[in-house]
Write a new protein. Structure first.
Length: 186
């Protein structure tokens, strides 16, 4: 039984590692912090993999752990971090994390958002989760998700270089309308 769980866990990590790291990168703004964050979340998931693997969606379960671990980083450290617009030069280039100029502008804008707004934007528009799923992942109400998304999108629209990335009118202008990634207002 234990061997089956280990095989199941390894298969999950192999299949979802890159996706989880990209999500964590958007939450943290730093590739190394993102990898550490994913490792921490996966270590916690491994300890309770029997329960996690039996859930309706192990990926959603681990994603929730990822968001919680990211929040815990700030609680434990109590040190203000300042994310930079341009990462430092590295000797090894990872082609899997190649960003276009628009994506770099978006990453910098995400880094400027407060942690909760950043988490809402990443989960809602990058992960394409519903408002209810984001609310469940963050442990808040769908109304909080809506208001945080609205505030975050308004800030992103004002950020230089994001005119083509964040499209559509502000959410507050059309109450009840939902802005989704790449679809404008629906």
């Amino acid at each position: 039984m234990q061997e089956e769980l280990e095989v199941s866990f390894r298969a999950f990590v192999t299949a979802r590692w890159g996706h989880l790291v990209r999500t964590a990168y958007l939450l943290t703004g730093d590739r190394h912090e993102a990898e550490d964050l994913v490792q921490t979340a996966l270590a916690k998931a491994y300890r309770s993999w029997r329960r996690v693997s039996r859930s309706d969606s192990p990926e959603a379960y681990v994603r929730r752990m990822l968001v919680t671990c990211n929040s815990d980083r700030f609680r434990k450290r109590r040190v203000a971090e300042r994310l930079t617009a341009v990462p430092p030069d590295t000797s090894v280039r990872d082609d899997a994390v190649h960003w276009t100029e628009e994506r770099e502008a978006l990453r910098a804008a995400l880094a400027a958002l407060p942690a909760r707004q950043r988490a809402v934007v990443v989960l809602r528009y990058w992960e394409d989760l519903s408002e209810g799923e984001v609310a469940a992942a963050l442990g808040c109400s769908p109304g909080t998700v809506k208001s945080q998304a609205s505030k975050a999108l308004a800030k992103l629209r004002r950020y230089p270089g994001l005119a083509r990335v964040v499209d559509g009118p502000p959410v507050a202008a059309d109450r009840g309308a939902r802005v989704t990634s790449g679809q404008g207002v629906s």
